[in-house]
Design a protein around this ligand. Structure first.
Ligand SMILES: *[C@@H]1O[C@H](CO)[C@@H](O)[C@H](O)[C@H]1NC(C)=O
Ligand SMILES: *[C@@H]1O[C@H](CO)[C@@H](O)[C@H](O)[C@H]1NC(C)=O
Ligand SMILES: *[C@@H]1O[C@H](CO)[C@@H](O)[C@H](O)[C@H]1NC(C)=O
Ligand SMILES: *[C@@H]1O[C@H](CO)[C@@H](O)[C@H](O)[C@H]1NC(C)=O
Ligand SMILES: *[C@@H]1O[C@H](CO)[C@@H](O)[C@H](O)[C@H]1NC(C)=O
Ligand SMILES: *[C@@H]1O[C@H](CO)[C@@H](O)[C@H](O)[C@H]1NC(C)=O
Ligand SMILES: *[C@@H]1O[C@H](CO)[C@@H](O)[C@H](O)[C@H]1NC(C)=O
Ligand SMILES: *[C@@H]1O[C@H](CO)[C@@H](O)[C@H](O)[C@H]1NC(C)=O
Ligand SMILES: *[C@@H]1O[C@H](CO)[C@@H](O)[C@H](O)[C@H]1NC(C)=O
Ligand SMILES: *[C@@H]1O[C@H](CO)[C@@H](O)[C@H](O)[C@H]1NC(C)=O
Length: 535
C-alpha cells in the first residue's frame, strides 16, 4: 500500500540523537517506503526557528530555505519546512542517501545535522509459477493426480523480504507451507493428491517497511479411476428394446461418456455411429431391434482430461443372437416322466428363455404336470405322468432385444411296454434257465475236467458280455470282467448271475431316461449246494 497523501506515514526505524564529532551535532537514520512523504529533521535540539537552512546531498546543495521568504508546500518534490526540516513529497529510490543540513540560528550560530535516508521498495512484481500445469481461462491451474508439481514464488523488495507460501484447501483452512527471507521461494510436491487441491498464496513482507503483497492461484487436481467403465444392460418393457447403461464413477471432473458402435479399425479412431454423448458419470441409451444386429459391438467410451488420446477407457457388448440348444427329439413311455432340456448361453444381452407347447405355442403353466427348473443357462421342462396327449412339438423360445430364436423338440410317447417286456423277459429267462440246467448238468458230470473260469473267460470275449456274480448272502456285486469265484459258504449259497449286454454305441446317446425293456438285465438264479459244485 503506497501512501501519497500529505499526511505522512513515516517509517522511523532508528532515530538516534547524539553528539557527533566535528561540526555535525546530530545524526539521524530514516527509512521511507517508496512514495511515502519523508521529513528529514535538522535542528531538533532547541526550540528557536532557524533563519536559513541549507540541505546538501552528496556535496551539493539541493535546497535552501529562508525564513523571510518561505516556500509553501506544493507540487515540488523538495520543500524546506518552517523549522528547517526537509520535506520529500513522494520518496523515490533516488532520494536515498546522506543529507547534511546547516541551519543558521538567530545570533548567527550555525547548526549542522546529518540524516541518512534509506528508501525501501516493494514487495512488488510478485510472481507465482506452478507447473507443469494447464491454465484455464480464468487463471485456475490444473494438474493431474500423481504428477510432480513445482511451486515458485518471487518478488522484489528492498532491502529484503520474507516470503511465505500458504495453502487453503478443503481439509486445511490455512496452512503455512514454507517461509524464508529470500528473493524467491520454491517447493515441490512429488505425488500430487486430490487433497492438494485448493488456493495457494504467496505473501511477501518487506523486512524493513513491513509492507506486504500477496498473490494466489487456485489449483485443481484432476483424477480418474484406473478401472474401465462398467457396461450394463436392463430389459425395457418392450422386449425388442434394451436399455444400455454405462457408469464410470470416481473421476474428477465428470467424464464424457459416449455410447456408440465399433466400426472398422479401432486404432484409427471411432468411425462408428455414436448414439449418445454426455458429460456424466452414468449414461444410458435405449435402443430398439432395428438398431441392433448380430455381431455388432456396442461400446461405451469414457473420455477424460487425464486420459491421453487413444488411451480412453471403455467397455463393450458384442451382441449375439439367442441360440437355444438341445436335443430336437425325445421319447417317453406313457405314465412316466420326461425332462426336456434347453441351453441358452450364447445370447448377448441375455435372452428371456421359456418353454412353450404345441404348434400354437401355448404357454406352459407350471404345476404338478409341468415343472420348470433353471440351472444357470439350462432351462428344463419336466413333464410328469406322460400320456399320448403329451406327444407333439415343444418350443424352447429364446428372445433377446435382437431377435427371437426357437428350439423345436418333438416328443414321442410310446405305449407302456412293460407287458411286452415281461413276456420277452420270461421267455429269455426260461431259455437261460434251460441252458443253465444243461450247463450245470454237464459241469457236474464232468467236474474233474472242466475249468469254469476258462469257460467264462471265453464266453465274455466272444459275446462282449459282462458277468457279475452276485452272492445273495450280502448282495455284493463283482463287476470284474474276469469273474471271481464265490467263497464256499456254509450250507447252501445262491449265486446270482447278471448278464448285461453292453449297449451298442448308437443307443448310448439317447436322451430318454426310461429303461428300454430290451436292455433290461436278464437275471438267472442258479440254485446250488456247497457239496454239489466244488471249485
Ligand atoms: C534572524 O531572524 C531574527 C528574527 O526572527 C532577526 O532578528 C535577525 O536579525 C535575523 N538574523 C539574520 C542574520 O538575518
Ligand atoms: C517490476 O516490473 C516492472 C514492469 O514489469 C519493471 O519495470 C520493474 O523494473 C520491476 N521491478 C523490479 C524491482 O524488478
Ligand atoms: C475457474 O474455472 C473453474 C472451471 O470452470 C472453476 O472450477 C473455478 O472455480 C474457477 N475459478 C475461479 C477463481 O473462478
Ligand atoms: C524461481 O523464480 C525466480 C524468479 O523468476 C528464478 O530466478 C528462480 O530460478 C526460480 N527458482 C526455481 C527453483 O525455479
Ligand atoms: C490463517 O492466516 C491468517 C493470516 O494469514 C493468520 O492470522 C491465521 O493465524 C491463520 N490461521 C491458521 C489456523 O493457520
Ligand atoms: C510482516 O512481518 C512482521 C515481522 O515479522 C510481522 O510483524 C507482520 O505481521 C508481518 N506482516 C504481515 C502482513 O504478515
Ligand atoms: C492479499 O492481498 C490482497 C490485496 O491484493 C489483500 O486484500 C489481502 O488481505 C491480502 N491477504 C493477505 C493474507 O495478506
Ligand atoms: C444406470 O446405472 C446407474 C448406476 O447403477 C444408476 O444410478 C442409474 O439409475 C442407471 N440408469 C438407468 C437409466 O437405469
Ligand atoms: C427404433 O428407433 C428408431 C430411432 O429412435 C426409430 O426411428 C424406429 O422407428 C424405431 N423402431 C421401432 C421398431 O421401434
Ligand atoms: C395321470 O394322468 C391320468 C390321465 O391322463 C390321470 O387319470 C391320472 O390320475 C394321473 N395320475 C397322476 C398321478 O397324476
Amino acid at each position: 500500500m503506497k501512501i501519497v497523501t500529505p499526511v505522512a506515514l513515516l517509517h522511523l526505524c532508528l532515530c538516534a540523537t547524539a553528539a557527533v564529532s566535528g561540526s555535525v551535532s546530530t545524526e539521524t537514520a530514516l527509512t521511507a517506503a517508496q512514495g511515502d512523504v519523508a521529513i528529514l529533521p535538522c535542528y531538533t535540539v532547541g526550540n528557536v526557528t532557524p533563519n536559513v537552512t541549507s540541505w546538501i546531498k552528496n556535496g551539493q546543495e539541493v535546497i535552501r530555505g529562508d525564513i523571510s521568504s518561505p516556500i509553501p508546500l506544493g507540487r515540488q518534490h523538495l520543500t524546506v519546512l518552517y523549522d528547517g526540516s526537509l520535506n520529500i513529497r513522494a520518496v523515490v529510490p533516488g532520494d536515498a542517501g546522506t543529507y547534511l543540513c546547516s541551519s543558521t540560528l538567530p545570533g548567527n550560530n550555525i547548526f549542522h545535522a546529518r540524516v541518512l535516508l534509506e528508501v525501501t521498495n516493494g514487495p512488488e512484481n510478485m510472481s507465482l509459477s506452478i507447473g507443469p500445469a494447464t491454465a484455464l481461462s480464468n487463471g485456475t491451474l490444473i494438474v493431474y493426480q500423481g504428477s510432480a508439481v513445482s511451486f515458485n514464488c518471487s518478488g522484489s523488495s528492498y532491502p529484503s523480504q520474507q516470503l511465505t507460501w500458504a495453502f487453503r484447501g478443503a481439509e486445511s483452512s490455512n496452512q503455512s507451507l514454507a517461509s524464508a527471507s529470500r528473493p524467491w521461494l520454491d517447493f515441490r510436491i512429488e505425488d500430487v493428491q486430490p487433497s492438494a487441491q485448493g488456493v495457494y498464496s504467496c505473501k511477501a513482507n518487506n523486512t524493513v517497511s513491513f509492507q506486504t503483497a500477496n498473490k494466489s492461484t487456485e489449483l485443481l487436481v484432476y483424477y480418474a479411476p484406473d478401472r474401465h467403465p462398467e457396461c450394463m444392460w436392463a430389459p425395457a418393457q418392450d422386449p425388442s428394446h434394451v436399455l444400455f447403461n454405462c457408469t464410470w464413477f470416481g473421476a474428477y471432473p465428470a467424464p464424457t461418456l459416449r455410447w456408440g458402435e465399433d466400426q472398422g479399425d479401432q486404432a484409427a479412431g471411432w468411425k462408428g455411429h455414436v448414439y449418445k454423448s454426455e458429460v456424466t458419470e452414468s449414461l444410458s441409451v435405449l435402443l430398439n431391434r432395428s438398431m441392433l444386429a448380430d455381431g455388432q459391438t456396442l461400446r461405451c467410451m469414457a473420455q477424460h482430461l487425464t486420459l491421453t488420446a487413444g488411451k480412453e477407457k471403455s467397455c463393450s457388448f458384442n451382441l449375439k443372437y439367442p441360440f437355444p440348444n438341445g436335443d430336437p427329439m425325445a421319447s417317453a413311455l406313457e405314465a412316466s416322466s420326461i425332462t426336456l432340456t434347453c441351453t441358452e448361453d450364447v445370447s448377448i444381452p441375455p435372452a428371456n428363455t421359456i418353454w412353450r407347447k404345441g404348434l400354437q405355442q401355448e404357454d406352459i403353466v407350471p404345476g404338478s404336470k409341468y415343472v420348470l427348473t433353471e440351472e444357470g443357462p439350462v432351462l428344463k421342462l419336466t413333464i410328469h405322468n406322460i400320456s399320448k396327449d403329451d406327444e407333439g412339438v415343444y418350443f424352447c423360445r429364446s428372445e433377446n432385444p435382437l431377435a427371437v430364436r426357437e428350439l423345436e423338440v418333438y416328443l414321442t410317447v410310446k405305449k407302456s411296454s412293460a407287458y411286452t417286456g415281461a413276456i420277452i423277459g420270461v421267455f429269455i429267462a426260461a431259455l437261460i434257465v434251460g441252458l443253465a440246467a444243461i450247463v450245470a448238468k454237464t459241469v457236474y458230470s464232468s467236474r474233474h475236467r472242466i475249468c469254469l473260469g476258462d469257460g467264462f473267460g471265453h464266453m465274455e470275449e466272444d459275446r462282449g458280455d459282462v458277468l457279475s456274480l452276485v452272492e445273495s448272502d450280502d448282495e455284493q456285486i463283482f463287476q470284474d470282467t474276469v469273474p471271481r469265484l464265490p467263497p464256499i459258504a456254509n450250507g447252501v449259497t445262491t449265486t446270482l448271475v447278471q448278464i448285461h449286454r453292453i449297449p451298442s454305441s448308437d443307443h448310448e446317446d439317447t436322451e430318454t431316461a426310461d429303461p428300454n425293456p430290451q436292455q433290461q438285465d436278464d437275471t438267472v438264479r442258479i440254485e446250488e449246494s456247497a457239496d454239489l459244485v466244488t471249485f
